[in-house]
Design a protein around this ligand. Structure first.
Ligand code: SAH
Ligand code: SF4
Length: 368
């Protein structure tokens, strides 16, 4: 059975041609699946009955299954989504006055081992399929449409207006599936989101950033977190492969094709680690050729992380140095903390294949 959620429109057209059908059927089907959220072929009334019957035998529209839905006091929602019997991932919806943002996962766990990240700590199992990535949008839409406060809205009103690829995993390490899923988000027959409202966050995979600007330029956020290579090598170990100078050059190249004229640099605020006045000045120095905004993220703690959140007064001083240099700086409000839905807290359930968790356990026992 072919799960049609795996296809973008051109791929679906090819699939129909393979079935001996007209390629334009793809557009109709994209609308039913994604725009109207229908996964039952019998309800697709403008598609010939014979084709519907053929599809019922050959294909399926199967979104991933929701294992748990939690709602925070502040309205943030989190879904625990099963990907197979051993693994699950998390998706978060963040409502704000002027928008509704869905934070989507791209991998079960993450292989990149950033030291302050709970997903990184968990190890890595596998990449998500296109159906599992776009399926998070499908499932969240479906569930929000039935939720109190949203169920009276007309179908024309978008509940999810923005998507951020900032959940579990490094999206550019699952390049092909993430790009196909984002093409579906942008497709007018599917979700019709503008490129400016889809943001991909990366820890800085330079080669893939260069490819992305050609294949599917969306708004870009880069997890910088440190203003010099010595510190970034520790916090974001992929820096050893793609050091800051190369990363900044890649950002400059990306902006030539990007839908927005700036990159957002994310910077997690770790007490005494990367949050001093000197760090702020170093930061201004390394970004000087890249039009950018800063998003300071107070560290969200998790058990045994070994880090503490920067003191609010230090965050203010740090922010003011950047602002006084003329930059737009936001300090990310922590949302959904009571349901562990804040940045870096997404854990899902990861059957680690890297043996990282085992190594860590042995290390802890040896030290104890
Ligand atoms: N892998 C991608 C996207 C997922 S992480 C990336 O690293 O960019 C989304 C953001 O949350 C990243 O900026 C990440 O560095 C940050 N983050 C990770 N752990 C965090 C924590 N414990 N507290 C606050 N932010 C964290
Ligand atoms: Fe992976 Fe991003 Fe976490 Fe680093 S911060 S371990 S790249 S999810």
């Amino acid at each position: 059975m072919q799960n049609l959620l795996n296809f973008n429109q051109p791929q679906l057209a090819e699939y129909f041609v393979g079935l001996g059908e007209k390629p334009f059927r793809a557009k109709q089907l994209m609308r039913w699946m994604h725009h109207f959220g229908v996964n039952d072929f019998t309800r697709m009334t403008d598609i010939a009955k014979t084709l519907r019957e053929k599809l019922q035998i050959e294909a399926e529209i199967t979104p991933p299954t929701v294992q748990l839905e939690q709602v925070s006091d502040d309205g943030t929602r989190k879904w625990l989504i099963g990907t197979d019997t051993a693994n699950s991932i998390e998706t978060v919806f963040i409502p704000e006055d002027d928008r509704g943002t869905l934070c989507i996962s791209s991998q079960v766990g993450c292989a990149l081992e950033c030291t302050f990240c709970s997903t990184g700590r968990q190890g890595f199992n596998r990449n998500l399929s296109v159906a599992e990535i776009i399926g998070q949008l499908w499932v969240a839409n479906h569930s929000l449409r039935q939720a109190d406060g949203y169920n009276m809205l007309p179908p024309s009103e978008r509940i999810i207006s923005n998507v951020v690829m900032m959940g579990m995993g490094e999206p550019l390490a699952n390049y092909d599936n993430v790009v196909t899923a984002m093409q579906i988000m942008l497709d007018d027959s599917a979700y019709g989101l503008s490129r400016r409202r889809v943001t991909l966050s990366t820890s800085g995979l330079v080669n893939a950033m260069d490819k992305l600007k050609e294949d599917c330029p969306v708004a870009l956020a880069v997890s910088l977190h440190a203003p010099n290579d010595a510190l970034r090598d520790v916090l974001v170990p992929i820096n050893k492969k793609y050091p800051i100078k190369d990363l900044m050059a890649a950002c400059e190249r990306y902006l030539v094709k990007a839908p927005r004229d700036f990159v957002t640099f994310e910077y997690v605020m770790l007490d005494g680690v990367n949050d001093t006045v000197e760090h702020a000045h170093q930061l201004l120095d390394i970004v000087k050729n890249v039009p950018c905004k800063f998003n300071l993220i107070p560290f969200n703690p998790f058990p045994d992380s070994g880090y503490e959140t920067s003191k609010p007064s230090h965050i203010r001083v740090f922010r003011d140095i950047l602002m006084n240099a003329g930059y737009v700086v936001t300090v990310r409000k922590t949302r959904g903390e009571d349901i562990d839905a804040a940045c870096g807290q997404l854990a899902g359930k990861v059957l680690d294949k890297t043996k990282r968790t085992l190594k860590r356990q042995i290390h802890i026992e040896a030290v104890a």
